[in-house]
Design a protein around this ligand. Structure first.
Ligand code: ADP
Length: 389
């Protein structure tokens, strides 16, 4: 290794205080310290310049020693440097010393590059010496820049895919009330074929139900729009008994599929839960609709809906059918989106159910064994301090 020059300017310090041993120690430090190291005095005059500093800046130590350190800086940083030095000398306020900062340095070729600069201070014979340690961070900055570009791309991508998912989710959610409206209207039209006072009552009932469903479709759109804009659910005390009885009446008309026998078992005085009414109804409707569709080829099709108080601050809701159930040997989770066995199915229903239940702080599980009637169980916390209905 070539000897790094000990500058003549530094000699008075070394001559008076240091032995030959100390001189060679300093020389070896300047030659081997991995970071670029520059020693300056109070006036900013370079006293020592390490081997790594030579490589970094493209100057030989003898070309820079005795000159002002500002020659290694870009014009903007030169001004800052003079101000820092003046300020420190007069006030003693440390702006870089012991703290470190990123500055733009300038090579002999005129090229500027970012360095992380750390400064240590020493006193020798009543004079102050400053040692600067510099590390070229061009590479880190380029990496950081690339990472932030990639993050921006990723954020854009996930925003786009969230919009796509939201659009399909909305189409899926709207499908149910709109199908129900069509069914009620068709039923009303058929009943009008043979009008008598009794069928007129039924027609009125069907039209009321159709109105309620179209209002519900509007609520879903509003709720989804609010959800997108606010990113949160509107949690209010909700009476599950009411939601379940609405879902049961819809199940009884078949929701566009074959009519199954629906058995409802709900605890009296079921505690109120904190939830979003429209979304919770959506979950139960989805499960019931799936059950009806699964029961198309089952003899004596049946659906059980139950809700009970666990007594430990939670309500358990179960939706069960005696259809073919799930083949659990398949390696996909039934709650993962985009798996559907139905022609035209989007495979979003269960995943939406899971998202909604989890947004309520609850859980949803498939509890039936493979190949036996599907059974889902939802657990939701009761509203704190809410009275029973
Ligand atoms: P989609 O109804 O659009 O297919 P879902 O997420 O609701 O999407 O359901 C995904 C798949 O899970 C369905 O296609 C069906 O194969 C299966 N599945 C859902 N519910 C039941 C059920 N009660 N019994 C049997 N299979 C079901």
């Amino acid at each position: 290794m070539k000897d790094t020059q000990i500058p003549t300017d530094m000699s008075p310090f070394l001559e008076t205080e240091a032995s030959g041993h100390l001189r060679s120690l300093l020389r070896s430090i300047l030659g081997s310290v991995p970071d670029a190291m520059i020693v300056i005095d109070e006036a900013g005059i370079i006293l020592a310049f390490s081997r790594a500093a030579e490589d970094l800046f493209g100057y030989k130590a003898e070309a820079v020693t005795g000159r002002n350190v500002s020659m290694l800086m870009t014009t903007a940083d030169r001004v800052h440097h003079d101000r820092y030095m003046d300020n420190y000398m007069t006030t003693g306020e440390k702006q870089i010393i012991g703290i470190g900062r990123i500055v733009q340095a300038q090579r002999a070729s005129g090229e500027s590059f970012p360095v992380e600069l750390k400064i240590g201070e020493a006193r020798l014979h009543g004079r102050r010496l400053f040692t600067g340690y510099l590390r070229d961070i061009t590479r880190q900055q380029a990496d950081a820049h690339r990472i932030s570009e990639m993050q921006a791309e990723l954020a854009n991508f996930s925003r786009l895919s969230a919009v796509g998912t939201m659009a399909s989710a909305m189409a899926h959610e709207l499908n149910q009330p709109l199908t129900a409206v069509a069914n009620y209207l068709e039923a009303a039209r058929d009943m009008l074929e043979s009008p008598d006072p009794e069928t007129m009552d039924l027609v009125r009932e069907a039209l009321n139900a159709a109105t309620a469903q179209s209002i519900r479709a509007g609520q879903i759109v509003r709720r989804l729009r609010d959800y997108v804009s606010r990113g949160e659910l509107e949690l209010r005390p909700v009476t599950l008994t009411e939601i379940i009885s609405e879902v049961v009446s819809l199940a009884k008309i078949g929701l566009g599929g074959r009519v199954a026998r629906v058995i409802e078992r709900v605890d009296e005085n079921l505690p109120v839960v904190l939830g979003d009414r429209v979304q919770l109804r959506q979950v139960l409707l989805n499960l019931v609709k799936n059950a009806i569709e699964a029961l198309q080829d089952t003899d004596n099709p049946q659906i059980w809906i139950s809700a009970k108080d666990t007594g430990s601050g939670r309500v358990l809701i179960s939706v069960r059918d005696n259809g073919p159930g799930f083949d659990l040997s398949e390696d996909h989770d039934p709650f993962n989106p985009f798996h559907s066995s139905k022609p035209g199915g989007m495979g979003l229903g269960l995943s939406i159910c899971q998202t909604i239940v989890e947004a309520h702080g609850g859980t949803i599980r498939l509890t039936s064994p493979s190949g036996e009637g599907a059974s889902f169980e939802i657990s939701i916390e009761t509203a704190p301090g809410a009275p029973s209905p």
